[in-house]
Design a protein around this ligand. Structure first.
Ligand code: UDX
Length: 456
């Protein structure tokens, strides 16, 4: 007979995007290993399809009216706002059904911060709620500072004028380090690459105003972001559990796309630490001109490279005969790779990344130094930490140009500078691995979270 005390149910609500679904499924596995039953409530696209390695998990669909085409049409921020509006009622229905089905045995709703409409159901049914921040602690801290500044009208609400207004009204703030959050400076708080300002401000207001969650979970380790975590603990005044990197202990992959494993065979034929692996995650998009410059730079570097191009149409078909020949001699191109296995492969010497938080954690956990090319959102914080705090990578700034690409690859894979970064990356790898082992900070935080969920 099922022991209800020991096996209480947690409902997880991820944002329907690879970079969010992945850590949610990893959190689900961690909580399942501690005896909780897991229900994953997901939308109609970008879903994990059961029974993909998650035995015992229940998957339910929130019947929502927004199709995937709306994400493409509106962009991430406006989609999130609209998604929450349409989600609220159907999520309540979904929870009502689950309560009937499981005899009220739902201990907590853990939702992605951007799925704030879940709070309405949590309040209505009197179920505790916890926010899971799938990006870094530093990103979360930066949002808190940003929201406060905005409330105090440091920033103008006028669309497009943010940069100006900040500098015009408070020029002294620009280079100032945010108190207790070094190396974060006020200028870094300006949102980048996320479209018009007003919807972003609306989203941030909604996220903060709707928040009644009783705790935060963050996929990070105190050995990576101790100052940001201490800042958050003080600022949020509710428990903050840093459990990461969660992928280290996760058993099943939650890739939404089919991974092309042929690249592992190709890697087997390459020399140790010679390959540069290039992936820009599931959302970033490069212009054709940049793709061409990158292809030339990679080929000219004379290093083997493994390149992920999910869309497959980023300009690769426009390669000249000469470039195609060089690329096929030195490189291997796939649409989607088994990334964690690639990073763990001894042939991989460096990772050219957009610095999504999952990719950053996965690279650190394998001791692989990085070339950072952030695109939008919090990726710039991750790049800043990789280069200036952990010193395990270099940032590529400005336009992508073949000479610059060639130099960056050589710096990372061939030069002494790269060897030093690798040494530091290996030290960091040991620290993050220790944090998830018995007695480590993330391991202990998971135990504390479990206690909290059982008694809360
Ligand atoms: C998004 C945001 O862009 C990112 O900044 C945020 O931190 C999380 O949400 P995404 O762009 O997809 O995520 O990047 P990232 O966080 O790095 O996640 C990508 C995931 O896809 C990783 O877990 C990676 O292992 C996986 N992946 C990537 C593959 O399995 N195969 C690939 O070929 C490429």
């Amino acid at each position: 007979m099922e022991n209800k005390q020991a096996k209480r149910r947690i409902v997880l609500v991820p944002v329907p995007a690879q970079g969010h679904v992945t850590p949610f499924m990893q959190l689900g596995q961690a909580l399942s290993s501690k005896g909780f039953s897991i229900t994953v409530a997901q939308g109609q696209f970008n879903c994990v399809s059961p029974p993909q390695g998650f035995p015992g998990f229940q998957f339910v669909t929130i019947p929502e009216s927004l199709p995937e085409s709306e994400l493409k049409r509106l962009g991430m921020v406006e989609f999130a706002i609209k998604h929450n509006k349409t989600n609220e009622a159907s999520f309540k229905n979904c929870i009502a059904q689950l309560l009937l089905q499981h005899g009220n045995d739902i201990s907590c709703i853990i939702y992605d911060e951007s799925m704030y409409s879940c709070e309405a159901a949590a309040r209505e049914f009197n179920i505790p709620s916890v926010i899971f921040t799938t990006t870094s602690a530093t990103n979360h801290a930066s949002r808190c500072v940003f929201s406060k500044l905005n409330a105090e009208r440091f920033f103008s609400d006028i669309e497009g004028a943010l940069n100006h207004s900040l500098m015009a009204y408070h020029p002294e703030l620009k280079e100032k380090v945010v108190e207790n959050l070094y190396p974060l400076r006020y200028k870094h708080l300006l949102p980048s690459g996320l479209g018009p300002l007003e919807p972003l401000l609306e989203l941030r207001r909604e996220v903060v105003n709707k928040r009644t969650a009783s705790a935060f979970i963050i996929n990070t380790s105190s050995c990576l972001e101790s100052s940001s975590l201490s800042w958050l603990q003080q600022e949020l005044r509710i428990p903050v559990y840093s459990l990461g990197p969660l992928h280290i202990t996760a058993l099943a992959s939650s890739s939404l796309l089919k991974q092309d494993r042929s690249c592992l065979e190709w890697l087997n034929k390459q020399k140790p630490r010679s390959v540069i692996y290039i992936s820009l995650g599931s959302m970033a998009h490069m212009e054709t001109k940049e793709v061409l410059e990158m292809a030339w730079g990679l080929s000219n570097s004379n290093q083997p490279f493994l390149w992920v191009t999910p869309n497959g149409d980023d300009g690769i078909e426009l390669f000249s005969e000469e470039l195609s020949k060089m690329v096929s001699e030195r490189g291997y191109i796939v649409k989607w790779a088994p990334q964690t296995e690639v990073l763990a492969h001894p042939a991989v010497g460096g990772f050219w990344s957009h610095c999504g938080w999952n990719s950053t954690l996965e690279s650190i956990a394998e001791g692989v130094p990085m070339i950072c090319r952030p695109f939008h959102g919090e990726q710039k914080f991750n790049a800043m930490y990789i280069e200036s705090v952990w010193s395990v990578g270099i940032q590529l700034e400005g336009e992508v140009e073949r000479g610059q690409v060639e130099r960056a690859v050589k710096r990372l894979i061939v030069d002494e500078e790269g060897a030093c970064m690798r040494e530091r990356a290996l030290v960091l790898k040991e620290k993050v691995k220790a944090s998830v082992r018995a007695g480590g900070s993330s391991y202990n935080a998971l135990d504390e979270l479990v206690k909290y969920l059982k008694t809360g």
